[in-house]
Ligand binder design. Sequence first.
Ligand code: ADP
Ligand code: ADP
Length: 226
Amino acid sequence: ATVVQLDGVHKEYGDTTALDGVSLSIRAGEAVAVMGPSGCGKSTLLNMIAGLDRPTAGTVVVQGEDLGRKNETGLALFRRHRIGMIFQFFNLLDDLPALDNVALAAQLTGCKAGPARQRALELLDELGIADRRNVYPAALSGGERQRVAVARALMNRPALLLADEPTGALDSRAGEQVMDLLLDLNQIGQTLLIVTHDERLATRCASRVVELADGRIARVRTLEKA
Ligand code: ADP
Ligand code: ADP
């Protein structure tokens, strides 16, 4: 099955062309890394797939749904239910402990607090940080924060996990742990799209590396995975 299908996607911001005809397809279970220099259009591409922004031309279809046909409410529902996102700087809510940060993602989709907290605890346990459930983000290490963010992103069993520089703010040891986590998730079938500058992250986790330059796909590398 195809999870993501982009066809001829262009994005202009005023006079700036951020994406200049990108076509890309991602199958269920794939892990794709998007690389390229600053300003080449990586974040714009991620935003198109997440339904956070709309292309100027071209189509974005995720899990059979044409995002161009959705209104803002439809896009917000799509994001909450279908997409998990993790970010370089975690984007956790500072005034909530780890467990509540994770549980909130399900409560935003209408899940009751009890079951949401139950699933959140299970995920924190699977990610090895259940003992940190009552700790606020400020008191967690970078690696722990990113694991909480991964748990949050997985709460609603997303068809696609989008990661924007997930190791960019971590030291090498914590970065390794997050890479291992992403690899493990992919090995149990999670479809991944990772935007990164980190060649090690790309080659460790991805089966395909898409290199962008000036808003176009300049090169695609297919990697042998062990
Ligand atoms: P990357 O993530 O690879 O650094 P971006 O997707 O952020 O690249 O940006 C691609 C191009 O689009 C850059 O020239 C950037 O300045 C421009 N751009 C991105 N977002 C906006 C925006 N909201 N308004 C104006 N220009 C933007
Ligand atoms: P919005 O009002 O823009 O819809 P939300 O209230 O849904 O935002 O989200 C609050 C915070 O949680 C934001 O920082 C957002 O980036 C993050 N977030 C929302 N949904 C997800 C998700 N599925 N995965 C990871 N983070 C999410």
